[in-house]
Write a protein that binds this ligand. Sequence first.
Ligand code: Q46
Ligand code: ZN
Length: 292
Amino acid sequence: MKCRRCRAPAVIDVRRHNAGFCRDCFLHHCREQVRRTIDDFDMVHPGDRVLVAVSGGKDSLALWDILRDLGYDVDGLYLGLGIGEYSDESGTYARAYADERGAKLVEVDLPTGSRVAHRAPCSACGLSKRHLFNQAAVDGGYDVVATGHNLDDEAAVLFGNVLRWSTEYLGRQLPVLPAGNGFVRKVKPLVRLGEREAAGYCVLAGIDYQVEECPMAAGNRHLGYKEALNAIEEQSPGSKHAFYFGFLEKASPLFTPEAASGQEQLQQCAQCGTPTPGEVCAFCRLVERARR
Ligand code: Q46
Ligand code: ZN
């Protein structure tokens, strides 16, 4: 197969685009996909300071690298989740990337006593991540938090939300959530790239990343949805893209009013000031429970 752009021998193919690419053109292709996503959804404004949430995995490191290449003012944020060896290793990859390239990595640890590994499930972890990402962005004076969710991730989340008709989640499943109410803007510039493309980007760009998945993910629902979608994609390349982007274009506006009304009834958490529907936010309650 030949590179679609320069006709040199291809080193990677992207079935969804029915195209092969040489190394340089593939890296260019990935950057272009991200550039387009940022433009189309108006994700980053001139002068914005961007904080990218880095896990040490392929997606977040690829995203950090691409944003730097595209010239954004971007630093990394690593959250020590305290999930044993997995976290230690992930941190090593994130730090190595920053050190080798002279990039700035902000590090935050989950408060002692609330280590998610012991509290178990992903809901506690996800909750903590959302809270701490935002807190770190506010503290550091950043305008935007960027996460490395890729097309496979978003299509799988959408699949789960549709299966259950979780309408409030559907209303908030957008590649950009505006700032407001004490939250900085949240963006997902990688939604036009699949998981395999993110991995390919890292390999071809010479970025070492944590290949292991988080041990907590094994057997969870989200992975099941990914497998189901992979089987569909195999039969009909482009299905994930059509599913996710079709949703954004045709269905998502139907669900936004419901999500927006949930947002209006927020007050400040009595302990940390984060916007919350209750008196104390879910994160502070989690930390408290874990301390006991
Ligand atoms: S939520 Fe769950 Fe992830 Fe947290 S415990 Fe691991 S798998 S890291 S994206
Ligand atoms: Zn090429």
